[in-house]
Ligand binder design. Sequence first.
Ligand code: SF4
Ligand code: SF4
Length: 147
Amino acid sequence: MEIAKNVLLVFRTEVMYQPVIYRLAREFDLVFNILEAKIFPRREGRLILELRGTPDRVGAGVAYLAKAGVEVTSIADNIRRDDERCVHCGACTAVCRTGALAVDRDTGEIAFVPERCAACGQCETACPMRALAGVNIERLGGVEAVR
Ligand code: SF4
Ligand code: SF4
């Protein structure tokens, strides 16, 4: 059985130019998609990756990244919608390309599925209630980018 996991990788300057991703693909037999990327010159690089593989391989790959000095943050574990603020207007669904925000046909409400989120930040801008603050690659789960 294969799983897919979206993670934020933060590369500080000391690991930014190492062939870490190359080894991840080659040695752990993982398929990955780059969902978002942001470079802060001479400071850090940030990647949102979707990792696909068996649970063992994904776990081993994440452990390898951490050991190599890359900061690894699970997106699903660190991203939240403020349900107290959400009024289910649906504005965010128009900009969400991954299906993380979509109409629940049973309830008519807008469901948020963190496991599908790519932290692109589009919904943060679209939401009139600021229910999705911090859902972006620069400020994921309180992991603030170095300025
Ligand atoms: S745009 Fe904001 S208030 Fe509207 S459904 Fe999405 S999260 Fe809720
Ligand atoms: S940040 Fe918002 S718009 Fe982007 S993938 Fe996640 S839920 Fe969808």
